[in-house]
Write a protein that binds this ligand. Sequence first.
Ligand code: SF4
Length: 309
Amino acid sequence: MGMTTIEWTSYRRPDGTVVPGYSFNPWRGCTKVSAGCRHCYAESLSGRNPAVLGVWGPRGSRPIAAESYWRQPLAWNAEAGRMGERRRVFCASLADVFEGPESMPVDAHDAVENARWRLYQLIVETPHLDWLLLTKRPQHILAMLPERWAQQEMPPNVWIGVSIEDQSTANARIPYLRQVPARVRFVSCEPLLGPVNLHEAGAIEDVGPTWADANSLIDWVIVGGESGSQARPMHPHWARSLRDQCVRANIPFFFKQWGSWAPDCLCATKRPCATMERPQPGGAGVMFHCGKKAAGRMLDSQLWDDLPL
Ligand code: SF4
């Protein structure tokens, strides 16, 4: 753990070199909260070493990271400072940083609370790192942040995001995000499991017939399909619609991946892949189970790598 290949954490130097970002998990383990969690990658991974990676569920465990692990961001920060670069840290990829006591083992409450406060201290000590705190439980954000942060004095290197998968999770979670005074507020739509209207979810205001006065209330949108053997397909229309809404409202748009399912047969060999046809709601479409690598991350022949700053 440390460096990550997650595309939206990468730093691109002026010469085009791409430097991977980081992931940081103050603790590990979580409880599933919505349909997007069904094939939770972190839970699958945890089976390899539950003592370190946690056990899912309210009766599971939330092991706290080792001391040496807590020191790693200090080294990342020093390097970023030396290079005059900003680096992004995804927190947390193997937990939910705003998981509350209601879904957590009782004997983990205090340790997790302490780790969360230690994380805030670490964020302050690492000003060359941008910390991306991503959650499916935004209803807890303001209560769990330091009071001064929640009242407009958030350090500029804190980016807060919500993870949504369809219209109902967008409608439920984005309004909480809007209340958070972070310099960057972002929405990660991955795995995207249905169409999402950002205006209906409260992420864009004043959408008239022409969108000329559309007012964006979020700073970044990431879209991705699900990967893995059990992955559910993302209809191309859902991704295109989110891209088009972002373009019209001037919201930076990042297309992370198709996931295991692609809209066309995209295998490198160009041989027809073993297709698994699934009729999609929202329009015609046959999706191809090509695998994440072959499916790639081009949307309508274009890479969408926009960043908020
Ligand atoms: S919130 Fe994230 S870490 Fe927790 S179960 Fe869902 S997908 Fe997994």
